[in-house]
Design a protein around this ligand. Structure first.
Ligand code: HEC
Ligand code: HEC
Ligand code: HEC
Ligand code: HEC
Ligand code: HEC
Length: 373
């Protein structure tokens, strides 16, 4: 309960900050993004015909098969999961959480627009593309696209904002006066991106997370995506020592960007029977306490940065192999949070238990390397 209130306050302050942050010198993209995500956003497609008029992902998927399939495997499709539901009651949250997790007016509990069948889809097609009966999309690939879409959703309006990092920033970046710990915004992904080689080269979030406009949004929960962001090297530095290097390479912000995941670099020396003789670990994380009162340390890697762990042992004969690896726990913070959290109702407690079970299953290991001694 304390948790709910505390987290709500944080989200609300972020929300308020976003509204206050209306830029004085109006940039057309900043302006578009602010209007587009001004909560709650009404889909309201009463004038449309089937199947687009259903406003469901399946309705869109009748024609946009690829986007429907890609999106279904993404975290955006799971943005209303047990972890969120454990924290918001039947009366709704006034948008504190749902403005990012389920932004449509039709998804808001306790309002006259509420359509329960839409809430479960989390952040889906209409939450990014439909506003007050108008379809919005990026610059089309084909000159005939407008005409082709005329009979279903009255064509569509174009905004170049869809291909810009600031579109993602509506939910992945706090405003300058948003919630901070140790002087740093809790969510600062767009700023980190601006400072990164990808940002400087003008490669937006979409170039890595939506390659060729695919609706994949793979991130830290995807072992292949994370493995692809790292380069590792395991080195023999002597008969009784080893070194393991982990470098962040193909990433457009800090690795990881949020306070919630933890990567643990491990180096273990094994005896002939495969038992550990000695070992060492190093955590890559922006570690915060469970109630978000303080930052304990921040060892996240900037793109290009390397974390190094070394291991020494006394008896050269005792060790026959050394193993380096990186353990990834995408939901490490949420595991701690839901272990400490007491939900108000029985239904919410059931959701909290389901969330905890999910987070505990999300860990995986990448870049396991062996060296014989
Ligand atoms: C500014 C946008 C934003 C707001 C507001 C927001 N979230 Fe989130 N939330 C995110 C993003 C982005 C992630 C994914 C990154 C991460 O794991 O931290 C996330 C992840 C989560 C997760 C873990 C993933 C899951 O679905 O289980 C939970 C739980 C969660 N949020 C709950 C909440 C609650 C409760 C609130 C309101 C008190 C809230 N969020 C407000 C953007 C937001
Ligand atoms: C998180 C926001 C978001 C969600 C959710 C979302 N989209 Fe998109 N969509 C985008 C963005 C951003 C682009 C443009 C990407 C770019 O320009 O690189 C896009 C592009 C498109 C395009 C043009 C594709 C092309 O190849 O030219 C279509 C069609 C589309 N989306 C349909 C859908 C459908 C259908 C769904 C649901 C299954 C959906 N979108 C869900 C953000 C979203
Ligand atoms: C009956 C088929 C049909 C349905 C249903 C449908 N669309 Fe479309 N949509 C089209 C066609 C055709 C185009 C034109 C695109 C093209 O020709 O490449 C289009 C274009 C779009 C675009 C613009 C793409 C761009 O290049 O900017 C977006 C975004 C989009 N649709 C999203 C949706 C969403 C979201 C839904 C569900 C609410 C939906 N559509 C339902 C057929 C459909
Ligand atoms: C309306 C708010 C919103 C917008 C706009 C948005 N996202 Fe998200 N995004 C979320 C939320 C909420 C989550 C967490 C969902 C969950 O796990 O509960 C998320 C999750 C993600 C993840 C998965 C992270 C992981 O833990 O693996 C990636 C990657 C991502 N978003 C990238 C993007 C990109 C790129 C864009 C812009 C094209 C974008 N998002 C636009 C709200 C948003
Ligand atoms: C050069 C490629 C690249 C670019 C550009 C990029 N990302 Fe990522 N992103 C990754 C990789 C790889 C991961 C997985 C490793 C990690 O979590 O850092 C990731 C992870 C994430 C996650 C998972 C959560 C976490 O804590 O790491 C989110 C959310 C995300 N990106 C959002 C964004 C947004 C928003 C932008 C644009 C402002 C962006 N990314 C730009 C490559 C990129």
């Amino acid at each position: 309960m304390v948790a709910t209130r505390r987290i709500l306050v944080i989200a609300l302050s972020a929300c308020a900050a976003l509204m206050l942050a209306a830029p004085l010198a109006a940039d057309p993209i900043d302006d578009f993004v602010r209007r587009h995500f001004d909560h709650p956003v009404a889909g309201d497609v009463s004038g449309w015909i089937e199947p687009a008029g259903r406003l469901t992902p399946d309705g869109c998927g009748v024609c946009h098969v690829q986007q429907r399939a890609d999106w279904a495997g993404s975290r955006h499709a799971r943005a209303v999961g047990p972890g969120l539901l454990a924290q918001i009651g039947p009366e709704g949250d006034g948008g504190a959480c749902t403005r990012c997790h389920a932004p449509l007016a039709e998804q808001q509990r306790g309002t006259p627009h509420y359509r329960p069948e839409l809430e479960q889809h989390g952040l889906y097609c209409a939450g990014c593309h439909v506003r007050n009966g108008t379809m919005w999309g990026p610059r089309p690939r084909r000159a005939t696209a407008q005409q082709a879409a005329q009979s279903t959703h009255n064509g569509f309006r174009v905004s170049v904002a869809f291909s810009d990092s600031r579109f993602c920033g509506a939910c992945h970046q706090f405003a300058e006066d948003g919630f901070r710990l140790n002087g740093k915004l809790l969510e600062d992904t767009v700023n980190e991106w601006r400072a990164s080689p990808a940002g400087k080269a003008g490669k937006p979030c979409q170039s890595c997370h939506m390659p060729d406009r695919r609706h994949l949004w793979r991130g830290i929960h995807d072992p292949e995506m994370t493995a692809g962001a790292l380069q590792t090297a395991l080195e023999r530095t002597g008969p009784r020592s080893a070194l393991y290097r982990v470098t962040a390479t193909n990433v457009g912000h800090r690795l990881p960007t949020y306070v919630t995941p933890r990567l643990t670099v491990r180096l273990v020396a094994l005896d002939p029977s495969g038992q550990p003789v000695t070992s060492t670990t190093y955590a890559i994380q922006r570690r915060v306490d469970v109630w978000l009162q303080q930052e304990l340390y921040d060892t996240r890697l900037k793109p290009g940065e390397t974390a190094t762990v070394s291991l020494t042992w006394r008896d050269a004969d005792a060790v026959t192999a050394v193993v380096g690896s990186v353990l990834v726990e995408p939901d490490e913070y949420y595991e701690r949070f839901f272990s400490a959290y007491t939900a108000e109702s029985r239904a919410q407690r059931t959701q909290a238990a389901a969330a905890l079970a999910e987070y505990r299953k999300s860990a995986y290991t990448v870049h396991r390397r062996w060296l014989k001694y």
